[in-house]
Design a protein. Structure first.
Length: 277
């Protein structure tokens, strides 16, 4: 009985709690009290990014297979995760500029822009500018500056930029329900940036007016897009509140770059039709 008990799965063994709690390793002397919070928040973000990528893959399958209710379920979960990501910034904002500066120097070349999972998530949602590879020299925003060519992280981001995006799958979903999308849009080069299309917008208008289930999917996609933009905005304001207009860690452009990413919808066509109803 004792041997069976020893081999039983427990809360600690299943979740690898002991290993998990060893992953927060502050670098500051002391260490500084607030560095643990900084590490914890960012590690939790990486776990949420992993979950969002997992859900995004399932969502694309559901859309491609025209499984409406499954797609709505996954979209609801993704939107809720984004709300949680936004709420986590409230915790990070309890750290004052003085508290952050007490250990900021230890971050050296580390920067949030180096998050390969976030770059991959952007690509899944449709970003096709090499995740910053075309940024001006010296801004520290180039993917090439942070993701080593040939590395597993770089390969994942590049693979995501060369396969259909979530929006490509959404357009095929609408098409499968009889809302026929332009062939040139469905057959486009998915590695190229998508540009808002008036023909697509007319089709989406018809779907919203005449197909309640398609309308629900369209609105759920809007919820996800809005949630992503909300997170970007709150992130910019948190950084501005903490470091002002100073250069970001790792030589990144800081608030200036982050602000340039605001108000760029993921699903531009769905926003454009708002003024056409």
């Amino acid at each position: 009985m004792s041997e069976q008990h020893d081999k039983a799965v427990t809360y600690t063994s299943y979740l690898k709690v002991d290993e998990l709690l060893e992953l927060q390793q502050p670098l500051s002397d002391g260490p500084e009290h607030d560095e643990l919070l900084f590490i914890t928040i960012h590690q939790v973000y990486e776990l949420w990014f992993k979950q969002l990528l997992h859900e995004g893959a399932a969502l694309q399958v559901a859309l491609e297979e025209s499984k409406t209710h499954r797609a709505l379920s996954v979209l609801g979960r993704m939107r809720t995760i984004m709300k949680t990501c936004v709420a986590q910034l409230d915790i990070l904002e309890t750290m004052t500029p003085l508290q952050f500066n007490s250990f900021r120097g230890r971050l050296s070349s580390a920067s949030g822009f180096q998050s390969a999972q976030f770059r991959e998530l952007e690509a899944v949602l449709g970003r096709r500018d090499q995740a910053g590879a075309d940024a001006k020299a010296g801004t520290g925003m180039s993917m090439a500056s942070h993701l080593v060519p040939g590395s597993p992280a770089r390969n994942k981001v590049e693979a995501a930029m060369n396969r259909p995006s979530l929006y490509d799958s959404a357009l095929r979903f609408f098409d499968s329900r009889g809302h026929k999308m332009p062939k040139e849009v469905l057959d486009r080069d998915v590695s190229a940036p998508y540009e808002a299309n008036e023909q697509v917008q007319e089709v989406l208008l018809g779907a919203h007016r005449n197909d309640p289930e398609a309308n629900m999917v369209g609105e759920a996609l809007m919820d996800l897009d809005e949630g992503f933009q909300e997170w970007r905005y709150r992130h910019v304001k948190m950084v501005e509140r903490t470091i002002g207009a100073k250069m970001g860690t790792g030589g990144s452009a800081g608030v200036g770059y982050l602000a340039s990413t605001l108000f760029r919808p993921v699903f531009a066509d769905l926003w454009a039709i708002r003024s056409k109803f």
